[in-house]
Design a protein around this ligand. Sequence first.
Ligand SMILES: [Zn+2]
Length: 330
Amino acid sequence: MEYIVFDLEWNQSSGGNEYENPRMPFEIIEIGAVKLDKKLNIIDTYSSIVRPRLYKKLQPHIKAILSYDEKTLRSGRPFDMVCREFLKWCGDDYIFCSWGSMDLSYLQNNMDYYYMKPFPTPLKYYNIQQIYADIEDADGAIVKLEKAVDHLYIPKDRPFHSAVNDAYYTSLVLSQLAPKDLQDRYSYDVYHNPKEKDDEIVSYHKNYLEHITREYNNKKEAVADKEVLTLYCYRCGRKVSKKVKWFANTGNSYICVGKCWHHGLMTGKIRFKQTRDDKIFIIKTVVPTDKRGLEGIRKRQDELRIKRQEKRHAKNSSYTDDLILEDPLD
Ligand SMILES: [Zn+2]
């Protein structure tokens, strides 16, 4: 199997939202990629400019970082032609790698716009930005590509913000990290998220469990599903009892702590994700923690409780829908 490390440049409407086509808010103008063999050696590169159909004028912020202009874009070829050529270049046995999750999402959105055949689902890929964060940063903080390149002392011998160069740098970050357990560090793309119960994705990794649920009409309907709030051990898959019940950690996520009799303490997290047609699905992760982690989460829960009481007091009002959702869920 080969690794296709790819990167895209895209343009947006320079006339603001009202001139934006909602079917393709981000139009790809360049596809660049590097092909790596099993040992992460570069064996080929791909680079093409795409002639835009919707947004022919470069948006000022985008123009400022690119090394080419509208004239170069006019010399490009239509997206569907370039994309077909790119996918043919990828070969029959490959996995995508990219810096972050956006490129894969925009690629599929542009393919949809041109009514191209979608990738089979579920689609696995390697998010190198995430892998870098997990290995190099204790807090798992997400950083820009150039910062990672600096941090790893990779020579900066070509300009950033060209698709093929950024793909090249991303591939060097990957080959420098070369984690032994790379096979276990895959992600699932959620551009085409699971719709029904049967499409749900449950993936057991060495040190965490990820569950991507079906669609719900709204958050309330999602959290009313008992399955969503049940915590399973990341190692043995058994249902675990909770030490800290689910609570709203941010506006868009809940956390809890559970304990497996055999495998100890673990943190559960659910994140609400919005689909393109305004529905909701959930990404639930379960990762191991320890006593310190448990205390940290208890502290966080207390702080949030106090904040909420202060807010309620200040408003001098009773419960609102918003607050009911913030209460423990089970
Ligand atoms: Zn267990």
